[in-house]
Design a protein around this ligand. Sequence first.
Ligand code: DGL
Length: 289
Amino acid sequence: MKHGFNRRQVVTAGPARIGIFDSGVGGLTVLREIYRQLPNESVLYFGDTARLPYGSRSPEEILYFVRQILTWMAHQGVKMVMMACNTSSALALDQVQSEFSFPILGLIRPGAQAATRVGRRIGVIATEATVNSQAYLNAIQELAPHVPVWQGSCPKFVPIVEANQLKTPYARQTAERYLQPLLAAQVDTLIYGCTHYPHLAPVLKTILPGQTQYIDPAISMVAAAARELDALGLRSHTPAWSTEFYVSGSAPEFKRLAVQWLGHQPQVRQVRLPAVAIQPVSSPPTPIK
Ligand code: DGL
C-alpha cells in the first residue's frame, strides 16, 4: 500500500517541510532539537491530543493512528517525517516505512545507539506500550549484548506533563516511585524513552545520582535526519523557517501548555485526520484524567 506523493513531487510541489508528530507536547522536545541542529527547516507539527496518551493504546490502534497522521502529512507535502513519539516508533515504524515515499525516522535505534556508546548499566523509562514492545531492549541487546538493561513504564508521567503538573509534589513522588528500581539497579545511563519525559528532567535529575548520563534519543534522531537530508539533497539552506502546529484536540489548550517551552504563543489549528483503510481492532480507551 502506497500513500501520498513520490519524493520528487514532494520536493517540487511547494514548501517542503519536515513533519513531526506526537500524542501531545512531547514532540516539542524533538522540535527543540530540530531548531538546534536544522535551523533552516520548516516544520509541520501534529499533536494527537484528542487521543492521548498513546502509551495505554494497543499496537493496532497505534499503527492505525500513525497511518492516519502520515497520510495527512503526505497531503501536506512533507519531504521527511520524524516520529517525535517513541511509542509510535516502537510499534509502527517498521510497518509504515515501506508504505510512504518520503523517509520516516524513529527514535528507538538512535536512542539505543547513543546509550550503548556510553552506558554500562542502562535504564529505560518509557510508556507501557513501548516497554511491552521490548523495542529498546532488543535494539540495545543487538548493539551491546552484554550490557544489562532495566526497563520501567511510567504511565503517570504523560498525564502529569499534559496537565502541567511538573512542579508539583505529586510529580516528584511519582518520579521517586518510578525511579526506585533503577536506583536499586545502579544504572549509569538513563534513556528518556518517551518524548514527554525530558520535560521532567529537572525533577528526575534530582533523584538519580549526579554522575548519571541522560540520553535524549531526539538528539541522535535529528542528527541522523540531517545526514539523510544531505544525502538526498533535501536540506534547506535558506534561513526562512517556520513551524505550523496542528492538533486533533483543543487548540487553545495546546497553545497554553506549549508556550512555556516555545517562549511564545504558537498559532495552533485543529485538524480532523482522514480515515484510512485499516481500522483498529480495540475500542477507544478512556480519555486522559
Ligand atoms: N510522547 C510519546 C512517546 O514518546 C507518547 C506518550 C503517550 O502519549 O503516552 O511515547
